[in-house]
Design a protein around this ligand. Structure first.
Ligand SMILES: Nc1ncnc2c1ncn2[C@@H]1O[C@H](COP(=O)(O)OP(=O)(O)O)[C@@H](O)[C@H]1O
Ligand SMILES: [Mg+2]
Length: 182
């Protein structure tokens, strides 16, 4: 079973492919509403209305439309299994926002997985990327941006160091774990 951070990585790859320079990831667990809301907002090239409707068409995953890809539709199917959904808003030239909701306690809701690794993997892909992650569980919140990290690390080239990336991964994982245990 694929966890949410791997699906997230897939969505983030789309943003990178669309030449995004700024990406904001947000995960929000609301226990009172039994909902998990994930949004990924980028400032990439966006999609035409035609592409947008094709991407949201449940039949685009069939063989004839295979070129369009499977990432978003698979994620959408998983969200729907838990009573949630996936919606995309996009403006050509401005960017794209993907919003996914899950039934938080639903048995088919995939686990979060390693969010720290997803963050550092994307960070290692594009130099100068402005990346931000925020994780909220009810009233408690953790957030981290590349700007925060650069205040400590000073050199953008630090993001190329495996040791630095491992430290960031661990830092995020520790923070997320401490929030996700009630
Ligand atoms: N963030 C994005 N910005 C621009 N276009 C996007 C974005 N996400 C998805 N798309 C468009 O939707 C298509 C389908 O995405 P996806 O389901 O992940 O499959 P794939 O990436 O394999 O093509 C992409 O090929 C791209 O044209
Ligand atoms: Mg994709």
């Amino acid at each position: 079973m694929r966890d949410l951070s791997l699906h997230l990585l897939d969505i983030l790859q789309n943003s990178l492919k669309a030449q995004a320079l700024c990406i904001r990831i947000s995960l929000m667990e609301l226990t009172s509403e039994d909902t998990l809301v994930i949004t990924i907002a980028d400032d990439g090239r966006g999609m035409s209305a035609e592409t947008l409707s094709r991407v949201q068409d449940p039949f685009f995953t069939t063989r004839t439309e295979r070129k369009v890809g499977l990432g978003l539709s698979l994620f959408k199917a998983k969200a729907r299994l838990t009573g949630g959904d996936l919606t995309i808003t996009s403006t050509p030239g401005l960017g794209t926002t993907v919003r996914v909701t899950f039934g938080l306690s639903h048995i088919d809701r995939p686990p979060l997985g390693n969010l720290g690794l997803t963050f550092t993997t994307v960070l290692g892909f594009r130099q100068g990327l402005d990346l931000g992650l925020s994780y909220q569980r009810d009233h408690r919140n953790f957030s981290l941006t590349t700007e925060d990290l650069l205040q400590v690390l000073e050199e953008p080239s630090a993001f190329e160091s495996p040791q630095v990336l491992a430290w960031i991964e661990d830092y995020i994982e520790t923070a997320v774990q401490s929030l996700s245990t009630p």
